[in-house]
Structure formats: C-alpha cells, structure tokens
Design a protein around this ligand. Structure first.
Ligand code: NAP
Ligand code: MG
Length: 498
C-alpha cells in the first residue's frame, strides 16, 4: 500500500508498582516495526488497582488493518508458509525462552495492566510457555494420511496453513490468550494479525518485541491495539483474512461469526462466555472440596470464562458446605493490591466490568437470594468482595446470566439425575466440575454433562496438552491440545491416477 506512510512510535520508560523498570512499546506492531496509528489516535491504559494511568498506547483503525493485511499476506506468500516446519519451530522455541528469561517482568506488567495477582500472572506465563513449546513441537507433526482406494490411484493428504489469520482476544488473560492463539497459528505457517483488548494491550506489544528478537520475519506476527468497533470489525470483515479466532462475550462473538461469514466465509472459531456448574456430591471430604469451589469462582476475581459460577450441592451436606465455603472465604481470601502476596484476589480489570458486577449483586439481592459478602472495597481501584449467593432459585437472573466476577450462586440437588439436569439447564457449555470420591459418579456424570471440559476434584486446572473450548453458546473450536491445529490448517487431498 503505497500511501501508507509509517512513523515510528517511541517506547516509554515505565516503572511498575514493584519497582521494576522497562521500556514499554507504544506503537502498533506491523511488519516488525512499532509505528503510530494512521489516524494518530492513542488510548490511555489504566492500572485497575490504583486507577492511575500507566501509559498511552497507539489505537489503530481500518487503515492500519489494511496495511497489516498487506504485509501479512506478503509474509505468508514467502518461504514462511512452505519451508521446513522445523525452521519455524526454532522461532517459537526461542520466543518461549525469551518469555521465560523475562518472566518476572512480564508477570509484573500483566499484574499492573490486568489487576490479577502476581502468582496468577506467573501461572499464566508458565502455561503460555508450555503452549509455545507445544506449538514448536507440533510444527512438523500435523501429518496427512495415505488412503488406499485400490491399485488404480494413490491418494494422500496434506495439512496446509490457511493464510492470514485475525485473532481477537479479551482482557482477562491478556498474555495467555495471545499465546494460545499465536502459537498454533504460527507453528502451522500462517501469519497473524492480533487485536488485544483495549483495556490490556501492554504484554501483547512487549511480547511482539520479543518475537522480533526471536527471529520471526517481518509481517508474520502483527499486533494492532484499538477498539473492537474499528480494529476488531475491520479484521472480521476483511476479505483477505482467511480465518478469525475470537475470544470474548457471546453477543460480540455471535455478530463476529455472522460478519466473518458474510465478508468471505472465513474459518471461524469462537471461545465465548460460560455459566459453568460445579457439582458437590455428599460423599466428599468437605475440607478438600471447598478450596476447589474457591479456585473455581475467585481465581482471577471470577473473570474467567470457565468460572464455576453455579455451585450445586447435594442436600445432605448443603448447609455444611455453604457454611464451610463462607468460612473459608472469610479466613483465606484476602482482596487487595495484587502485588501483595498475601492477597488471593486482585482487582476487577476495568471500570465497565466493575460496574456490571456491582449491578448484578444488586439484582441478586432484589431477587431474594441470601448473600454473603458483596461489598465493594473503599479507596482506589476496582475491588469487590467475594460474593456468595445461596438458596437461589433456577429462574433468577444471577443463576442464568454470566456475571464474570467474584460472584457465585449456590443451590441444592437431591439425586444424580437432578444434578445433571441443573448443570445442563444453561445456554452455555464451556466447563463443569464434579466433586466426588465415587468413581462411578465421576464417570457417569462426566459423560452426561453438556460442556467442553469436565474437571473432577479440581477446577480451572489447565494443561497445554489438553484441549479447551465450548459447546452450545460457549462457542466452537478448541484451544490447545492437538485439536487446535485443525483451526489453523486446511486439508488438501491429492489423488493420482496410476
Ligand atoms: P468482548 O466485549 O466480547 O471483547 C472481546 C474482544 O472483542 C475485545 O478485544 C474487544 O475489543 C473485541 N470486540 C468488541 N467489539 C467488537 C466487534 N464489534 N468486532 C470485533 N471485535 C470486537 O468481551 P470482554 O468484555 O472483553 O471479555 C469478557 C467476555 O469474554 C466474557 O463474556 C467471557 O466469558 C468471555 N471470555 C471467554 C473466554 C473463552 O475462552 N471462552 C475467555 C475469556 C473471556 P475492545 O477491547 O476494544 O472492546
Ligand atoms: Mg488495563
């Protein structure tokens, strides 16, 4: 695009709350350069724990996407997509190493930008590193088949990269979502245009800089911060982008899938919302089950698509579990400064989400559920107490709708059958969990639950080798595992007449 004149964007020295200093890239990352947005726009990035400004970041628009598509297509049509996959793998391994070397800094950036505790940021980074190494290891392992159709022909298949891939991610796991998406896409030989969430663009740009150091050629990975309505929509609607991977809310996901299809029938994968059920059977050791309930809903302040936000307890132990849950939260879940290691729960990531959660807490009270917690913390930052609604009824909005915060609803069931019915009574189907010591209960219920993941005696327990994704209105397609590579390849069949 001849008219596209690039102007360098200078990095800014940032001092993080724990004293670490670093250079934050502030430009759009296109063609291995940090550049100002064509429209000259920038957006302030806020630390949600203090409400202070961290830095201003360039905010792109349709023209920037246009330029990125051009360089990404050029990169795709170079040796990048056809070379020995081991050569691409080298860059992915190198990027994993660079992230590992910078782990403390990246964790501090994530905690500052997102508000999650430092411990959680480290967990996310470890999973991201594994995911990159998996991508590298898989680069030459996605093999085709030889198909026997008799001695008149030879048939075989190749898995080929799709082309330029658009990837749109949310603010709850900024670094991890980025790596979950770019690792398989790049490993398979695609090129990428990634749009981070407006609220949390810092690590995407920092890691883009590391990717350049890791040797990814210009145009293979591009990162364009900017609004969903400009950058996100331009990606979704672009005719030369061949795939869009979206993680975010079900509503935006639904319109993204429609637009992507209307534009050019691009391949689409969707990781959307959830209202996941966590079932507690009466054979459990309550002391072991309760920490899992807490990890299910309070990790990342409940801003997890797979959060165990609906807890159902078998009637014989219901009162005991509710009491133990409240007691455990009171004694062990401190809320506050995510850099303070004694805190389990950090800040809500942005003001809009903070208000939404507080609104839902009011709704639950109006609907007549009993409540424990539910207050916002005074002072700076977006902090909300863990909130347990119990004795809830099935038709309450707080039971039906995704809240995406540290708010759980607790209800009761009698039989295994009823537990399954309650769990499946949702338009969502991302995850579910079962607390039981009975193997038969665990296996029977696991098979009956309508969800992409079932955890047994654990929660939010991810491994880069295990696929993750939803059914029903939680979306389609899988992240991680070998299943993710399907999203980033097309099958070519070759049939030769002898
Ligand atoms: P969101 O509003 O749907 O935003 C997600 C991403 O889409 C952001 O990058 C956003 O950009 C962008 N976007 C917004 N409008 C767009 C449009 N018209 N076209 C294209 N892109 C657009 O969701 P969120 O509030 O950031 O995240 C919370 C939701 O995501 C929750 O519902 C949660 O369950 C879901 N989630 C699901 C998973 C999963 O794996 N299934 C993981 C994490 C989160 P801006 O930031 O600029 O608005
Ligand atoms: Mg932020």
């Amino acid at each position: 695009m001849a008219q596209y004149k690039t102007t360098a964007a200078k990095p800014v020295q940032v001092t993080l709350p724990n004293g670490l200093k670093y250079e934050q890239p502030t430009g759009l990352f296109i063609n291995n350069e940090f550049i100002q947005a064509q429209g000259g726009e920038t957006r302030e990035v806020e630390n949600p724990s203090t409400n202070e400004k961290i830095v201003d970041i360039a905010a792109g628009n349709e023209q920037d996407v246009e330029y990125a598509v051009e360089v990404a297509e050029k990169a795709f049509n170079s040796e990048w997509s056809t070379q020995d996959p081991k050569l691409r793998a080298k860059h992915l391994y190198k990027l994993a190493d660079l992230i590992e070397e910078n782990e403390d800094l990246i964790a501090a950036i994530e905690t500052t930008d997102n508000g999650k505790t430092l411990a959680l940021s480290h967990n996310d980074i470890k999973l991201a590193i594994n995911c990159l190494r998996d991508g590298a290891a898989y680069a030459d392992k996605v093999d085709g088949r030889v198909i026997n159709s008799g001695d008149t022909h030879i048939n075989f298949t190749f898995h080929e990269p799709v082309g330029v891939c658009g990837q749109i991610i949310p603010w709850n796991f900024p670094l991890m979502m980025m790596i979950w998406k770019i690792s398989p896409a790049l490993a398979m030989g695609n090129t990428v245009i990634l749009k981070p969430a407006s609220a949390t663009p810092l690590n995407a740009l920092f890691v883009a800089n590391l990717a350049k150091k890791a040797g990814f050629p210009p145009g293979t990975l591009n990162v364009i911060p900017g609004s969903g309505s400009k950058v996100g929509s331009a990606i979704t609607n672009h005719k030369k982008i061949r795939k869009v991977a979206f993680t975010g809310s079900t509503n935006v996901g639904r319109s993204t899938a429609v637009e992507a299809s209307k534009a050019n029938l691009k391949k689409v994968t969707m990781e959307l919302g959830g209202k996941s059920a966590h079932l507690v059977f009466d054979d459990v050791d309550i002391e072991k089950a309760v920490p899992n309930l807490v990890a299910g809903i309070l990790a990342n302040a409940g801003q997890v698509c797979s959060a165990g936000s609906r807890v159902y307890v078998q009637e014989g132990i219901y009162d005991k579990v509710v009491d133990a849950f409240k007691k455990y939260v009171e004694e062990n879940v401190k809320v506050g400064d995510p850099f303070d290691e004694s805190n389990y729960q950090g800040a809500i990531t942005n003001e809009q989400q903070y208000k939404t959660i507080l609104e839902y807490i009011k709704v639950g009270q109006k609907e007549g559920a009993k409540i424990h917690g539910g207050k916002k913390l005074g002072g700076k930052g977006y902090f909300i107490e863990p909130t347990i609604f119990y004795d809830v009824k099935g038709d309450m909005r707080i039971v039906k709708e995704e809240i995406f915060g540290p708010v759980v609803v607790v209800g009761k069931f009698k039989t295994l059958q009823e537990a399954v019915e309650l769990a499946n009574d949702s338009e969502y189907g991302l995850a579910a969990a079962i607390e039981t010591t009975n193997l038969s209960t665990a296996l029977t219920v696991s098979r009956k639950l309508q969800s992409g993941t079932v955890w047994v005696n654990t929660y939010n327990d991810f491994d880069s080798r295990v696929p993750f994704g939803g059914v029903k209105q939680s979306g389609y397609g899988r992240e991680m595992g070998k299943e993710v590579y399907e999203a980033y390849t097309n099958v070519k069949a070759i049939r030769i007449k002898l």
